[in-house]
Design a protein around this ligand. Structure first.
Ligand SMILES: [Zn+2]
Length: 84
């Protein structure tokens, strides 16, 4: 499924979007993707406690702690418009 292997600008940089499209949010791939995103967010926002949350509820407009963003992504999924 190479079409899923595209990368996406997420405002902070580029990550793989493959896991974002996984409909099973309990899948290891999805949870690993969230972990990667959190790690990515920490790396690119050194010292920051809050980032804009890209979950389906916050719609990339609300600021949440990085830990909460992880929970939001599990509960709400990542907004589709986050991927191009
Ligand atoms: Zn959120």
């Amino acid at each position: 499924m190479t079409s899923y292997e595209v990368v996406v600008i997420v405002g902070l940089g580029i990550i793989s979007r493959r896991w974002i499209q996984n409909p099973n949010r309990c899948a290891d791939e999805y949870l690993d993707g969230i972990e990667d995103f959190i790690e990515f967010a920490r790396t690119h926002n050194p010292g920051a406690t809050r980032i804009r949350c890209p979950c389906g509820m916050c719609n990339n407009t609300l600021w949440e702690t990085i830990e909460n963003v992880g929970f939001h992504l599990v509960m709400n999924g990542m907004i589709e418009t986050y991927s191009i």
